[in-house]
Design a protein around this ligand. Structure first.
Ligand SMILES: CCCCCCCCCCCCC/C=C/[C@@H](O)[C@H](COP(=O)(O)O)NC(=O)CCCCC
Ligand SMILES: Nc1ncnc2c1ncn2[C@@H]1O[C@H](COP(=O)(O)OP(=O)(O)O)[C@@H](O)[C@H]1O
Ligand SMILES: [Ca+2]
Length: 542
């Protein structure tokens, strides 16, 4: 076939049947779209439709079924040849669905030419995964992980010719441990079916494996970590599904499966947590002390309640109104272009995250040389109801704008939110603002900073100048029973680290810019207005 400069082929244009009528169908490689147009003069209800080729899921030769052939005209003509194109249809609220359109023609050769051209185009999309390793947590969220995968996700992977090795986890850390053993190079990505805790496990397995294979000591808080290029896909089947919601815009298994199929790629900042030069954990969404730590600790005892446990423990923790004393020191993220009070949000193709990617590339060229030790540290002592460090907005169904709506997925910084001791009423006002359009940072008792690293020491551990083991023993102490009204406490809180509790309260945290990648593209600006994807009028004509 004739080729254009750059090896591209000229558009393939044919008149094909769609329903009962003929349409002009164009496959334009250069513009990257499959379009079909009603050639008759425009009238109400008829539309031009197109699908970006990057969002075509599959193409299949189709048997015209009896029902279609037995209606009227078909009986009089030669047996038509047909093919079906499966593609991503964008619905409201960032939801994606698999839609399809069947074209037919009498000429078998033409039909095959179309199938061949579309298949070749799909083959050219090198970012698409062919072989995936899937971990399913059967006990996450409402315990529907296995059913969700089998009924909603597996059929789509099979349609897209993706082969899978599926592991249904049998215990906590099964997926993490397994990732240290498998031949990871066999796979184009790892999929986790579950909640944020399950994602965290898979991430620890992958990042840990990567550092081990590269001889990096994770216990060294200053060690430059090796980027993890194998992408993770999240099929949400957990209780909060914050990481999925904040990176896709919705927690919906079919939408996530389609993002995996089309081979999306979203870099993600990961923070490392150390205690006394010992590696503790990584996190990508929330590291919360005080309010969110206490909710998590209480909710773990109520796992049988499913996702409702967070509402129950949230209410209880709100009523307890405990505050914690400690010192927080941080290094502001001077490199970051944005601020936590920005009105603009991190969206698909975010220029701030792109800029960080370039800075990172420069840094790699200079062999990771930066002078962060010399940069200033700010120190804040106080009594806090909550200390939240978020690497991303932490949007979730409970709070669609999240804990820090302007946080970026991949800018190499975290937003550190300090909620000081205040009245219950004020704390409630603060919480309610996570669910409406008002600014949750516009309170005298709330401060927010964009940081690249921070440290926290609770007053208790400062007073004792204690070691990890001392802190470990004391943190399970009880809240002050003598003064229930004053809400003071003689214990430490717990850190909530992507939904997992941490044992050490004194910690050192560092953001690693774009350490890993997801099968996602960030939240898209709403593109529902583009007639392109609206196929409804075509459906009316059929
Ligand atoms: C009066 C109404 C106030 C409502 C305030 C709601 C604010 C909710 C913000 C939630 C942020 C969640 C950050 C993400 C945390 C998850 O990593 C963690 C574990 O998730 P999973 O593994 O899927 O269970 N979830 C939580 O810590 C639950 C927090 C729930 C708070 C009510
Ligand atoms: N088979 C299993 N049995 C028990 N726990 C598991 C299993 N598989 C994974 N886990 C653990 O369950 C925890 C919660 O999982 P997650 O999928 O995040 O559910 P949820 O969102 O309901 O918390 C994770 O910490 C994970 O390590
Ligand atoms: Ca970030």
């Amino acid at each position: 076939m004739e080729q254009l400069p750059g090896g591209r082929r000229p558009p393939l244009v044919s008149t094909l049947g769609l329903g009962r009528r003929s349409w002009e169908v164009t496959l334009d490689e250069e513009r990257g779209r499959l379009a079909w147009r009603d050639p008759r003069p425009p009238r109400r209800g008829s539309e031009n439709c197109f699908v970006p080729t990057s969002e075509i899921i599959a193409v299949e030769e189709t048997e015209f079924n009896k029902k279609q052939r037995n209606t009227g005209k078909w009986q009089k003509m030669a047996k038509p040849h047909a093919f079906t194109v499966y593609y991503v249809k964008k619905a409201r609220n960032h939801r994606w669905r698999c839609s399809d359109v069947t074209f037919w023609c009498v000429d078998e050769h033409l039909c095959n030419q179309w199938i061949q051209a579309l298949k070749e185009l799909l083959e050219m999309q090198k970012c698409r995964p062919k072989h995936l390793l899937v971990y399913i947590n059967p006990y996450g969220g409402k315990r529907q992980g296995k059913r969700i995968y089998e009924q909603k996700v597996a059929p789509l992977f099979s349609l897209a010719s993706i082969s899978t090795d599926v592991v249904i986890t049998e215990h906590a850390n099964h997926a993490k441990d397994n990732l240290f053993e498998v031949n990871i190079n066999k796979y184009d990505g790892v999929v986790c079916v579950g909640g944020d805790g399950m994602f965290s496990e898979v991430m620890h397995g992958l990042i840990g494996r990567m550092q081990k294979d590269s001889g990096i000591d994770q216990n060294n808080p200053k060690a430059p970590l090796v980027q993890c290029n194998i992408r993770i896909g999240i099929i949400p089947a957990g209780s909060t599904d914050c990481i999925c919601y904040s990176t896709v815009g919705i927690a919906d298994p079919v939408t996530s499966a389609l993002h995996i199929i089309v081979g999306d790629c979203q870099p993600l900042d990961v923070s490392s947590i150390h205690h006394n030069n010992t590696f503790v954990k990584y996190y990508v969404s929330l590291l919360g002390y005080g309010f969110y730590g206490d909710i998590l600790k209480d909710s773990e005892k109520k796992r049988w309640m499913g996702p409702m446990r967070y509402d129950y423990s949230g209410f209880k923790t709100f009523l307890s109104h405990h505050y914690y004393e400690g010192t927080i020191s941080f290094q502001p993220a001077k490199h970051a272009l944005g601020s936590p009070r920005d009105k603009d949000r991190c969206r698909t193709g975010c220029y701030i995250c792109k800029e960080s990617e370039q800075q990172l590339a420069e840094q790699h060229k200079t062999c990771g040389l930066n002078h962060e030790e010399d940069e200033e540290w700010k120190v804040i002592k106080g009594k806090f109801l909550a200390i939240n460090a978020v690497n991303m907005s932490c949007a979730c169904p409970r709070s669609p704008k999240g804990l820090s709506p302007a946080a970026h997925l991949a800018d190499g910084s975290a937003d550190l939110i300090l909620v000081r001791k205040c009245s219950r009423f004020d704390f409630l006002r603060y919480l309610v603002r996570h669910t409406n359009h008002d600014d949750q940072f516009d309170f005298s008792f709330v401060d927010v900073y964009r940081v690249k690293s921070f440290q926290f020491t609770s007053k208790l551990s400062e007073d004792n100048e204690s070691s990890v083991t001392d802190i470990g023993k004391k943190r399970f102490g009880q809240f002050c029973r003598d003064h229930p009204v004053c809400c003071c406490n003689i214990a430490n809180s717990t850190w909530n680290c992507d939904g997992e509790t941490l044992d050490s309260s004194a910690i050192e945290v560092r953001v690693h810019c774009q350490l890993m990648k997801l099968f996602a593209r960030g939240i898209e600006e709403n593109c529902k207005d583009e007639a392109a994807y609206s196929h409804s009028s075509v459906e009316q004509l059929l």
